[in-house]
Design a protein around this ligand. Sequence first.
Ligand SMILES: [Zn+2]
Length: 225
Amino acid sequence: MVKIYIDPGHGGTDPGAVGNGLQEKNVNLDLALRLRNILLNDYRGVEVKMSRTTDVTKTLSQRTNEANAWGADYFVSIHINAFNGTARGYEDFIHDSLTPSSRTSQMRNVMHEEIIKVNNMINRGKKSANFHVLRETRMPAILTENGFIDNAQDAALIRDPNWLQTVAKGHADGIARIFDLTPVSQVFRVFVDGVQVGAFQNSQNTLNAVEQALPTAQRIIVERT
Ligand SMILES: [Zn+2]
């Protein structure tokens, strides 16, 4: 089992960055929950722990202690930036003591590539800093800054649920590549009384087929293999 610790930054009494009617803590949580769901629904052999799943206050030490005690394989901290309203774009951080050949740095290269591929933002590059969550974690750690909440153009993306889903998918694609996670089949096969009546990639179509069979069927099996 690969253990991924997802850390939606801030929360509770700490809103993080604010701007354009948005609070960073809420966006971070939304993005992080989407990432968790993609990892758990679409891949095998992955476990997820989150620093928070609701709007609660939690210190940085609580977060890193928890990830260390759990023995996480990767610490992924999710944030949204702010500056002066004019800065825009995506950037990510690893600890500033790490060399380019370090595993954490190579993992970051993969994350960066997968996120930039889909996020439709200016690429501000790969950065390093002495942040608590990067320094105090005993496993590789990355902190992603997904646009600037106080910039109108970035905020237009940040408030779009489709963009959040896409960026969560970018994070998941990076994690899946790094740990070589096996995807779960997205095909649902519906068997009615032993006969396959359909194979669907869409869960609504699957449910429709089940509903149609329900009045007369003795036995309905939905298989996702
Ligand atoms: Zn933040």
